[in-house]
Ligand binder design. Structure first.
Ligand code: SF4
Ligand code: SF4
Length: 218
């Protein structure tokens, strides 16, 4: 078995929220649900070979946290439900103030989105918040969300999508047919040239209220 720190699977590419610089590009209005049968197929390809410390289902994100009063009021029923589950199932849920460590990994948004070009992929990887977030997408393993879902951005914006992304669009995930040695090499890989699309400097910023109603008003 090959160890994976954090294995993530999108059950939906869409999101109820719209956070600036979402590393999964879910703030760009993507559609599509991964059916249970499809997810099972993808998992069947790797479950005998991977030993994830964490397995994360993503999509919709009803409980991400932001501290604006409007958002806290909206999310309160979900928090109450989570607390109820803790009692009923003798378990513990951790609520993280994720908005406090928000950073951007690309510039611009939509068809104006552009990669960074700091020329220091090793430092970009060292500072990367998603460097341990391996994605299971289309049955393959992908290094991180920005590389896995970049093709969705290209499909959406077509010729309007900057050609500066072309080298990164060549990235392909590791197929289930990969040998054990290839899988281990994939998981051991740290910085690679693709990481040059991300900033070497850390760009933090105060993330705006991600509720779509707040985004429309701003
Ligand atoms: S909650 Fe925000 S960060 Fe999470 S997937 Fe949705 S848009 Fe992206
Ligand atoms: S390409 Fe490298 S630096 Fe950029 S998000 Fe992926 S792992 Fe992180």
């Amino acid at each position: 078995m090959t160890e994976v720190f954090n294995l993530q699977l999108h059950v939906a590419h869409a999101c109820n929220l719209s956070c600036d610089f979402c590393t999964h590009y879910s703030n760009h209005g993507h559609k599509g649900i991964v059916s249970l049968e499809r997810a099972r197929e993808w998992l069947d390809g790797s479950k005998q070979r991977l030993d994830p410390h964490e397995f994360v289902l993503l999509g919709g994100e009803p409980t991400i946290h932001h501290d604006s009063p409007e958002y806290l009021e909206k999310v309160e029923p979900a928090v109450r439900l989570v607390r109820q589950w803790e009692q009923e199932h003798d378990s513990r849920a951790e609520i993280r103030p994720s908005d406090q460590e928000w950073m951007r990994l690309y510039q611009g948004t939509g068809s104006d989105m552009a990669p960074f070009d700091d020329g220091d992929p090793r430092t970009s990887w060292k500072n990367c918040v998603t460097r341990h977030c391996t994605q299971l997408f289309e049955g393959k393993l992908w290094k991180c969300p920005p590389l896995a879902y970049l093709k969705l951005q290209k499909e959406k914006y077509g010729d309007g999508f900057s050609s500066r992304w072309d080298p990164c669009l060549k990235y392909d995930g590791l197929p289930p047919s990969a040998s054990d040695a290839e899988l281990q090499a994939f998981m051991a890989r740290k910085a690679e040239p693709y990481c040059g699309m991300c900033p070497a400097q850390v760009h933090t910023f105060p993330v705006a209220n991600p509720l779509p109603s707040a985004r429309r008003a701003s």
